[in-house]
Design a protein around this ligand. Structure first.
Ligand SMILES: C[S@@+](CC[C@H](N)C(=O)[O-])C[C@H]1O[C@@H](n2cnc3c(N)ncnc32)[C@H](O)[C@@H]1O
Length: 487
């Protein structure tokens, strides 16, 4: 048995955490001593001690992951993962026993779960349908929750909207324009784009500041500005437009898919001087890879509701337990109104989302060529990433972020740049130092973005990718990615 300590020194409440970790290990060793662990399991059993910082997440306190080959045949590797934040010491013994017993069966906790989908790579999980529904029907969720989506953020507001950060960005952009202008290269129309605009507050701050600076310096850029707001959520675009209405002559809104901005904006190829996104990449689908004993595995997941939660929801909303999975699938296809109006549908949606958990399994890849690489990345990049990664590692293949990134770069003017504020893992080694998602933020999914991978994707497209800390809010986990063109 191998023990993985996946939380690092200095985690919040570390004294209590080590006490819990010791108790857990003691309980585990007691079970081994009592002969309660199948001796065939022990050599390939790995026990992970995690600390999941997202209060709402997809994990049970103690969970099991088994490994299979590509045909679904069981392999020896098996993992038990314990979230020390959620797990109750008084339940350690029962939970570990349950986990150990389920490992010797065909399927974990069969009968104690209502399955919502089948095993699939994480990028294809049902959770992305929930995520999409959240942004498409944001108003209904917020009404039922009694708060706006930004209030669900750990800091209670978005780093997108920090006035000083926005002012500094505007100053940098103005300096760029001035320089391009001096060289006689400034186009008559100055295009800027924000993707994933949320409330529109950042765009409003940015435009106010840009206008003020331009007037102060008398450069006459503001009247030439064409500021585009892009998002796939029409209600969000409406809300953002209302926020920037005093700049209506400079602004256009565009319904677009962040995974491929170029498809919507191909007429602006090489024309946009500034493109910004905050907290969008962390909200796009990804895959996860695991390396154990030199072998690579793809994480597959399937969504479920624990029986108790399912029974409670079924009773509360008068939906038969047997029809519950079908009702959830209708919710995702049609929206909350299929359950009822007057907030009932939204209440059902929130209850289901709160209860959704993911069972994971590790599917062995025969070789690197089988890894589902995002566009812009080839096998040699993956080899490079793995070469700099710890031996035993679980990491994101941030597929959606990479796709969005490669499909945004062609829009950039030769002097333009992309700026992305997000939670990035900037080196593969960081994957050793804690849980990197997924978590739930209100009705949406959040997961850290593999910045090392984006660096490789950028280099191939002719860009250097840099990361700067977001120094405007103490303890912020945000970094700022920005591109510079390679010579
Ligand atoms: C977490 S919010 C961030 C909002 C804002 N940038 C902020 O930081 O406060 C994500 C935004 O991206 C949009 N979004 C998410 N996935 C998208 C996709 N695939 N295509 C276009 N927009 C998307 C959502 O509608 C939402 O406005």
């Amino acid at each position: 048995m191998i023990l993985h300590v996946n939380h690092t020194v200095g985690s919040p409440g570390s004294a209590a955490l080590s006490e819990r970790a010791s108790e857990l290990v003691r309980t585990l060793l007691d079970l081994v001593g009592e002969g309660r662990v199948d001796p065939r399991l022990l050599p390939a059993l790995r026990v992970h001690l995690d600390w999941v910082q997202y209060r709402a997440n997809f994990r049970e306190p103690v969970t099991v992951r088994r490994a299979t080959d590509a045909r679904g045949q069981p392999l020896a590797l098996a993992e038990i993962a314990v979230d020390l934040r959620q797990a109750e010491p008084s339940r350690f013994r029962d939970e570990l026993l349950r986990a150990l017993v389920s490992m010797t069966r065909d399927s974990a906790d069969e009968g104690a779960r209502v399955w919502l989908d089948d095993f699939a790579p994480v990028r294809d999980s049902l959770i992305w349908q929930f995520n999409r529904l959240f942004w498409q029907r944001l108003g209904e969720w917020e009404r039922e929750a009694g708060r706006g989506f930004e209030e669900a953020l750990p800091s209670g507001r978005s780093d997108a909207n920090h006035p000083q950060a926005v002012a500094d960005t505007v100053a940098d952009f103005w300096t760029l324009l001035r320089d391009v202008d001096k060289r006689g290269q400034l186009p008559p129309e100055i295009f800027a784009l924000e993707i994933g605009v949320g409330s529109g507050i950042r765009a409003a701050l940015w435009l106010d500041r840009f206008k003020a600076l331009d007037e102060e310096r008398g450069t006459g850029y503001y009247p030439r500005l064409r500021f585009l707001l892009g998002d796939y959520s029409v209600p969000t675009l409406d809300r953002a437009m209302a926020t920037v209405v005093h700049h209506r002559d400079a602004v256009s809104v565009l319904a677009m898919e962040a995974l491929n901005p170029f498809r919507t904006l191909s007429f602006l190829r090489y024309k946009i001087l500034y493109i910004h996104l905050t907290n969008v990449y962390d909200n796009l689908p990804y895959d996860e890879l695991v390396r154990r004993d030199g072998r690579l595995y793809l994480v597959e997941a399937r969504a479920y509701l624990a029986k108790e939660a399912a029974e409670r929801i079924a009773a509360d909303f008068g939906v038969g337990l047997t029809g519950l999975a079908r009702t959830v699938s209708r919710l995702l296809e049609v929206g909350p109104d299929v359950i009822g109006d007057g907030g009932r549908g939204a209440a059902f949606w929130r209850a289901v989302w709160e209860a959704v958990r993911l069972e994971e399994r590790l599917v062995a890849l025969d070789d690197l060529a089988q890894a589902p690489l995002p566009p812009g990345l080839d096998q040699s990049h993956l080899e490079d990433l793995l070469a700099e990664a710890p031996e035993d590692v679980r990491f994101h293949l941030s597929r959606g972020a990479a796709e969005s990134f490669v499909n945004t770069l062609p829009l950039l003017h030769p002097r333009g740049y992309l700026q992305v504020q997000d939670i990035f893992v900037t080196s593969m080694d960081e994957y050793r130092h804690g849980f990197r998602g997924p978590g739930k933020l209100d009705g949406s999914v959040v997961s850290w973005v593999n910045g090392a991978l984006l660096r490789a994707v950028g280099a191939r497209a002719g860009y250097d990718v840099h990361f700067a800390p977001f120094r405007y809010r103490p303890a912020s986990r945000t970094s700022i990615l920005y591109t510079t063109q390679r010579d």
